[in-house]
Design a protein around this ligand. Structure first.
Ligand code: ACM
Length: 263
């Protein structure tokens, strides 16, 4: 199965431009699953809830999702992408999974990072795994990485591939996701953005790129640089994520000592 990340550099507030640029790139990627960054259509650094509400969209009728579905149809692919989702007067930092037949699933970011707490409503969707034919796919978003329970839950629910749209500013995540892959024996695809946003005085945000595809054994199959927009693809065997043995006598799920864990 061919999978890919698309590392982009969104311009804040330019939804149509950001979406159309991403769609042009999607049309040239030969992959069955492509992951885009968090908030790929809007940019990241909102100044207020009101501003976020103005740029957000309904998943079923929104511009970004509709164009992604068209791209998925044209490329016979599935796409995971981060959007600002409007629902019931709230805005969620969400990730959509779309395929040629439309929206397959939506995940609303559970763990909001720093000032996101002032903008977005806390995610209220369960961690779910979707069967897209060749693989079972789960979604998490950026800062969710620091809560190992997220990746663990997706793995326990049967994910072969964890897709992680991101807008990383701290340097730890790409290395940490190697561990998330090893400890759960799953593939992980992190799609981060590059560029700088200076929308709040004294709080410039520089995004670190370094999008990557990691195997269940912890091999970094592809990793992007930190400055440019770029796509990275890999040919993977999703079934490699289904053998949870680390040694013939160690099964990472069955060996868990839940009797002594604090849950
Ligand atoms: C982040 O969660 N966007 C750092």
């Amino acid at each position: 199965m061919k999978v890919a990340f698309l590392q982009t550099s969104p311009l804040f507030g330019k939804v149509r431009e950001n979406v159309e640029k991403a769609v042009r790139r999607l049309n040239s990627i030969d992959a069955e699953l492509v992951v885009l960054p968090e908030l790929f259509s809007t940019g990241y650094q909102f100044r207020s809830k009101k501003e976020a509400l103005g740029l957000s969209e309904d998943v079923t009728a929104g511009y970004a999702t509709s164009r992604l579905i068209e791209a998925a149809k044209a490329g016979k692919m599935h796409i995971v992408a981060g959007i600002a989702e409007r629902a019931g007067g709230r805005v969620y930092n969400s990730s959509v999974l779309v395929g040629p037949r439309g929206v397959v699933g939506v995940y609303r970011k559970a763990h909001l990072f720093w000032n996101e707490k002032k903008i977005f409503a806390r995610g209220d969707t369960p961690l779910k795994v979707y069967n897209i034919g060749k693989a079972r796919v789960g979604m998490m978003i950026c800062f969710d990485w620091i809560f190992p329970e997220v990746a663990r839950t997706l793995a326990l629910k049967g994910a072969d591939i964890i897709c992680q749209p991101s807008n990383l500013v701290l340097p730890f995540c790409p290395q940490a996701m190697i561990t998330r892959s090893i400890e759960n024996r799953v593939f992980s695809i992190t799609a981060n953005r590059v560029g700088v946003e200076r929308r709040v005085k004294g709080r410039a945000l520089e995004f670190i790129g370094s999008s990557q595809i990691v195997s269940p054994a912890g091999t970094v199959i592809r990793r992007a640089g930190g400055r440019r927009e770029e796509a990275g693809a890999a040919d993977i065997e999703p079934r490699d994520a289904r053998d949870k043995h680390i040694t013939p006598l160690n099964h990472i799920m069955k060996d868990r000592r839940v009797d002594i864990f604090e849950l």
